[in-house]
Design a protein around this ligand. Structure first.
Ligand code: NCD
Length: 311
């Protein structure tokens, strides 16, 4: 078992609080895990436990965390929120304190409200052994999704030599995307400054307007990495109506406009995809797509992170 260095926080709430060397070290641990048989890593954290509390829908993130825990020998309980006592009026804090009293080592939390995981950190949760209960942010509102950002950076690193030499385009609903926020922070930490955003004006956040490209073509031209984002319908005002055919025409990626990017450019998407809206099937399933590679890396990155936090 490798013993991680650089443990400066028992939690992961956002990428901003990580340094470049923290991220690089996490990538090294991820590389080690890639070459470690599961029957070996299974022994690393036997007897430890985690609780996955997902107050929002999830397919890949929840499963990925559960598998990451399992492969380290960590017993992971996923709370079915629809059947939990929050539906009976119990406060969030009471629910968390109740679960914490059961001696869990780690909470993995997704919540529609921004900053809820930071609030949990501020409660200074300790378990019955007087040890800090670790908290991982698995997505809070439109704020942060640090493990998605990290797995995206890890995937980029597998295809490029130097983060400071690449051009990255992030296209679609950037404003409501916590993935974009974490990725922008992560890219800056790793040294990427050539970043262009593209989407309708009202879908680019105010502080990032200066990164907005003039057109889809301008955003894609000479790009090394193209990241496509879903319209976050669940976070839009009810009166906003979107014509999906029109969206694809102006902000969708297909084989015609992908030609503006470098020939070896990679195409990424955090999922879930809406084929024919932000991305065409030919691109999603094409040779440049790393979408399933991202999913595969997601389990490994989360394993590395959990190993680091629990060690
Ligand atoms: C993202 C999320 O939940 O923010 N999905 C994911 O975790 N892979 C992106 C999205 O929902 O569009």
């Amino acid at each position: 078992m490798t013993t991680p260095k650089n443990i400066n926080s028992p939690h992961l709430i956002d990428i901003k609080s990580m340094s470049k060397s923290n991220i690089e070290y996490l990538f090294e641990t991820t590389d080690t895990l890639k070459n470690t048989p599961i029957k070996e890593s299974l022994k690393w954290h036997q007897g430890r436990s985690a609780m996955a509390l997902f107050f929002e829908n999830s397919t890949r993130t929840l499963t990925s965390f559960q598998l990451a825990c399992q492969r380290l020998g960590v017993d992971c309980t996923a709370l079915n929120i629809a059947h939990s006592s929050t539906q009976k009026g119990e406060s969030y804090k009471d629910t968390i304190e109740t679960l914490n009293a059961m001696q869990t080592d780690l909470f993995i939390v997704r919540h529609p409200k921004n900053h809820i995981q930071q609030q949990m950190v501020d409660w200074n949760l300790v378990n019955c052994y007087d040890k800090t209960t670790s908290i991982i942010n698995a997505g809070d509102g439109n704020n942060q999704h640090p493990t998605q950002g990290l797995l995206d950076l890890y995937t980029i690193k597998q295809h490029i030599k130097d983060f400071s030499q690449i051009k990255v385009a992030i296209i679609g609903d950037v404003k409501h995307s916590r993935v974009a926020n974490s990725l922008l922070d992560g890219l800056r930490i790793m040294g990427t400054s050539n970043i262009e955003l593209y989407g309708p004006d009202s879908f680019i956040p105010e502080p990032a307007q200066s990164l907005k490209a003039k057109s889809m073509q301008a955003a894609l031209t000479d790009c090394d990495v193209v990241i496509m984002l879903r319209i976050q319908k669940e976070r839009l005002d009810a009166d906003i109506k979107i014509d999906f055919t029109d969206w694809h025409q102006h902000y969708g990626l297909n084989n015609d406009n992908l030609k503006f990017a470098k020939r070896e450019a990679i195409v990424m998407h955090p999922g879930p995809m809406n084929r024919g809206v932000e991305i065409s099937s030919e691109v999603a399933d094409g040779a440049q797509s790393t979408i399933l590679e991202q999913v595969k890396n997601g389990v490994l990155i989360r394993q590395a992170l959990i190993h680091r936090l629990l060690s």
